[in-house]
Design a protein around this ligand. Sequence first.
Ligand SMILES: *[C@@H]1O[C@H](CO)[C@@H](O)[C@H](O)[C@H]1NC(C)=O
Ligand SMILES: *[C@@H]1O[C@H](CO)[C@@H](O)[C@H](O)[C@H]1NC(C)=O
Ligand SMILES: *[C@@H]1O[C@H](CO)[C@@H](O)[C@H](O)[C@H]1NC(C)=O
Ligand SMILES: *[C@@H]1O[C@H](CO)[C@@H](O)[C@H](O)[C@H]1NC(C)=O
Ligand SMILES: *[C@@H]1O[C@H](CO)[C@@H](O)[C@H](O)[C@H]1NC(C)=O
Ligand SMILES: *[C@@H]1O[C@H](CO)[C@@H](O)[C@H](O)[C@H]1NC(C)=O
Ligand SMILES: *[C@@H]1O[C@H](CO)[C@@H](O)[C@H](O)[C@H]1NC(C)=O
Length: 419
Amino acid sequence: MAFSLLPKLSPCILFLLLLSSTCFTSTDAYDLLDPNGNITINWDVMSWTPDGYVAVVTMNNFQRYRHITLPGWFLRWRWAEKEVIWAMMGAQTTEQGDCSKFKGGIPHSCKKDPTVVDLLPGTPYNQQIANCCKGGVLSSSVQDPSRAAAAFQVSVGRAGTTNKTVKVPKNFTLEAPGPRYTCAPAKIVRPTQFITPDKRRFTQALMTWQVVCTYSQFLTQKTPTCCVSLSSFHNNTIVPCPTCSCGCRSNSSQSGKCVNPGTPHLASFVSGFGKNEFSPTVECTNHMCPIRVHWHVKFNSEKYWHVKVTITNLNYGMNYSDWNLAIQHPNFDHRTQVSGFIYKLMTPYASINDTAMLWGMKSQRNDVLIQAGPNGKVEGDVLFRKDKATLIDKGWAFPRRIYFNGDTCTMPPPSAYPF
Ligand SMILES: *[C@@H]1O[C@H](CO)[C@@H](O)[C@H](O)[C@H]1NC(C)=O
Ligand SMILES: *[C@@H]1O[C@H](CO)[C@@H](O)[C@H](O)[C@H]1NC(C)=O
Ligand SMILES: *[C@@H]1O[C@H](CO)[C@@H](O)[C@H](O)[C@H]1NC(C)=O
Ligand SMILES: *[C@@H]1O[C@H](CO)[C@@H](O)[C@H](O)[C@H]1NC(C)=O
Ligand SMILES: *[C@@H]1O[C@H](CO)[C@@H](O)[C@H](O)[C@H]1NC(C)=O
Ligand SMILES: *[C@@H]1O[C@H](CO)[C@@H](O)[C@H](O)[C@H]1NC(C)=O
Ligand SMILES: *[C@@H]1O[C@H](CO)[C@@H](O)[C@H](O)[C@H]1NC(C)=O
């Protein structure tokens, strides 16, 4: 009887039944490289108004290597009572909703569950506030902390007008292209302190609540988006990405959503795709991944060895701006030299000292990985110092693991490595 029920239960409940252990870690991904990564939203009430308050909402991306790309973030919540938004600066709601009950001034939004989006760069100054208007793009905290925050101001009406009567909004949802986030309920925290421009006085919010959103592997589409191929100067075999790394190329016309580069109608086909959509339209390959990372060992001397890293975009519908790679290899250390990319060791914890992050540079125009085609790749060189301790197995020159924009790339099996 018990067993006939099992197939209907979620893996989480099954896990609970069988091991009677806590299950929460199995749904919210534990990211070894970024265990505390989160996006924190602070809602600071700055002043009371006759029927509500004015708040500044700030979003900080505290994730080391996950960022938010175009078309940017969407933030939604549900009002606890009958609140309305009179006005906003630095962002806007996507819908006004039904404001027909209002006779005089018409609110900016009357929706019970407003969805807020950032304004675009170039918004008139009188609609901006500090840190706004980046088209919803948030950098990762390692790549560019100065661009890792967003902010907007909201004037809320029909709300409480003291810190005892204000009701905290519910059900915050943060949406971004690609990764999915889960947000914990808003918590009232110690009011945020602000320092005045002359740095001689602290002011503070009248009331602050905070929402912490974390990346959820459980909600994020599980299909890999990238794969790794390998080669080496001492063996002219190229070890390709494993077949079906990200999907299988199919002969049937419905499921085979891939494009042959030689197709005469390619241009019109491609222009029909939505810009930067997240259902990738990829070049037809045996691995069907939108991103391929190629690791080529170029030379090997007594003291050094040298690798060329090439990232190829095989997706016709997407420019990856602010892309990043995290690579795990025991030889990474502060003596490693990288040209073409920015290099930073990720050494947050004693147990992880073998992982580095690489990303492109604006000055080299390789910070955007352009859509599939002749310009759809970037490359850089890595010069490692030799460390005898790690040169034991035959795969020593190849990475243990690679992540593109935080997603694990499918690697060839070690048995296939060139030697
Ligand atoms: C969110 O990230 C910040 C910065 O790394 C950290 O101080 C805080 O503890 C994190 N919050 C949670 C709930 O993980
Ligand atoms: C919370 O928001 C999500 C997504 O917007 C929605 O699916 C869900 O039903 C909401 N929950 C409640 C209790 O309103
Ligand atoms: C509300 O304000 C009172 C005094 O002004 C303060 O003591 C209290 O801690 C505040 N409560 C919150 C939730 O901020
Ligand atoms: C696809 O075509 C090849 C030969 O053209 C055939 O061997 C294979 O079985 C086909 N696969 C599917 C899924 O139809
Ligand atoms: C990618 O960028 C190029 C050059 O800026 C542009 O021409 C192209 O339309 C963009 N593609 C997408 C899918 O946004
Ligand atoms: C890296 O960590 C490993 C295991 O924690 C340790 O044995 C090794 O000495 C560390 N290496 C460096 C360069 O700190
Ligand atoms: C090159 O590597 C491949 C894959 O591991 C192997 O099968 C082949 O024998 C190697 N070739 C030479 C000349 O060593």
